[in-house]
Design a binder for this molecule. Structure first.
Ligand SMILES: [Zn+2]
Length: 471
């Protein structure tokens, strides 16, 4: 009987699925002539008027009080003093939505230049508790499907924490591509994601997760971003480009997450091949680099950002300053220690000994906010602000690093990073003043991304009305 009923349910499910498919097909067929018959018929403009008690429109400049941010569809059209209730030039009958943040501090959406969306420590812990077989790399999902589900959940958690743009710097398969595409197509709420795909590593290096038995398999190596020698490294970059990567990440040295040491692993000609190929294709490059030699090799080859840079020396700082290279400090990755649950971990000792962040900041380097979220819980990214301020940055500069500077590093300054007419309406609000206590950024109250409210009064909005068909 049980089997019979399961079967019946199964067949009902199947016919339901068939109906759904037929609906999708007919909707797609209908979409074309309707659009053709009424070419000028667009949905009416949506207006939102945000009443900001304190508005930090351009981090680095003075905040203003009692301002209105005028949003039309996905963009800011004006910023006016006082609290407006109507929109000049709006079509007759269009009623703007008014969002009262008159007792809040409003600032541009935050950006994290270094996350790994497909995992976090709790995930691998749960797997271990369930008795799952451990994957070859600590903490990574057992399959791309799991990685994609993780990325959906974690992307949303980052958005709830006020991060409207993320740069994902490495996952071992295409899971995060699927999530990025779904978010960008408007099928799912989430932060804007720029991603690297697999980070490029040499055989046996930090990030080479190719199974030992398949070390000679070219496709396996390309999929994992593994390459040796300039020609292979060019191909590895082109492979990630073909998959749709927005940025190329390479691991120039080992790191805290692998037992491969902290010294250089790539030859200068390999680094040169990676960076020049990426730049030829219009992609920015990010070098995971600890040792000062590896940092300098990457800077010489024109890398756009040094990730971590924990052993940065004075010569390296001078070279980065001259070239305009960004440092993405990821203090959270070392302090407090994310993965290693051991007392007195080497990462903290190393960081405190070299104080690369403090010296880079004192020298006036470009510093872009990045955390390495995924080596700790997604959504805790704002703790990096407290570390940065604790190590001598002003709250204003820390906020600037996560808005203006990240936008510049990502090459999206014309679209995001500040609140100005013409830019995307990505903004967040908090209770309290983050310029007085940067810790309040750990409690984001309101989030708007591309003109859509994602979080209000501390709660995520649940948008169920996603389009069934996405163009
Ligand atoms: Zn990382």
């Amino acid at each position: 009987m049980v089997n019979q009923s399961t079967l019946e349910n199964g067949s009902i499910m199947n016919s339901g699925l068939m109906c759904a498919l037929l609906f999708v097909v007919s909707a797609a067929v209908l979409a074309q002539p309707v659009a053709g018959r009424f070419p000028d018929q667009k949905p009416p403009d949506r207006y939102v008027l945000i009443h900001a008690g304190i508005l930090l429109a351009v981090p680095g400049a003075r905040p203003q009080t009692g301002m209105t941010v005028v949003v039309r569809n996905d963009r800011i059209t004006a910023i006016e003093s006082g609290y407006l209730t109507t929109v000049e030039g709006a079509a007759a009958g269009s009623v703007p939505l008014i969002v009262d943040l008159s007792d809040r501090f409003v600032l541009p959406g935050l950006m994290d230049a270094h996350v790994h969306l497909w995992h976090e420590p709790s995930f691998s812990r749960h797997r271990a508790e369930r008795g799952d077989r451990h994957p070859p790399w600590p903490g990574v999902p057992g399959s791309g499907a799991e990685g994609a589900v993780n990325a959906m959940i974690f992307a949303r958690r980052n958005l709830a924490a006020g991060f409207t743009t993320l740069r994902d710097l490495g996952a071992d398969d295409e899971a995060v591509f699927a999530v990025r595409n779904a978010i960008n197509a408007g099928r799912m709420i989430g932060p804007r994601i720029l991603l690297a795909g697999s980070s490029i590593a040499v055989t046996g290096g930090h990030g080479d997760s190719t199974p030992m038995a398949r070390t000679g398999d070219e496709i396996e190596r390309l999929a994992n971003g593994t390459c040796d020698g300039p020609m292979e490294c060019r191909k590895a970059v082109r492979y990630q480009y073909k998959l749709g990567a927005d940025v190329i990440k390479f691991t120039s040295t080992g790191g805290f997450g692998s037992n491969t040491g902290l010294d250089p692993q790539l030859f200068p000609d390999e680094i040169q091949a990676i960076i020049s190929t990426a730049h030829l294709l219009g992609l920015k490059t990010a070098a995971h680099a600890y040792s000062p030699i590896a940092i300098k090799d990457a800077v010489r080859a024109g890398v756009d950002s040094i990730e971590h840079g924990f052993l940065l020396d004075d010569e390296g700082i001078a070279m980065m300053k001259k070239a305009g290279t960004f440092l993405v400090p990821t203090l959270s990755a070392s302090y407090p220690p994310p993965i290693f649950r051991i007392p007195d971990p080497p990462s903290v000792k190393l960081r405190n000994e070299y104080r690369a962040f403090e010296r880079a900041h004192a020298a006036g380097l470009n510093i872009a906010f990045g955390t390495d979220a995924g080596t700790f819980a997604h959504g805790d990214n704002a703790k990096e602000f407290e570390l940065m301020v604790g190590f001598g940055m002003t709250p204003m500069d820390a906020i600037r690093s996560a808005t203006v500077m990240t936008a510049e590093l990502f090459g999206i300054s014309a679209e995001a990073g500040t609140l100005e007419p013409g830019k995307l309406a990505d903004l967040v609000a908090v209770k309290g003043n983050p310029l007085e206590s940067v810790a309040v950024l750990g409690n984001i109250d309101f989030v708007m991304k591309s003109g859509r409210i994602a979080k209000q009064d501390g709660r995520m909005i649940e948008p169920f009305n996603y389009p069934a068909v996405v163009e």
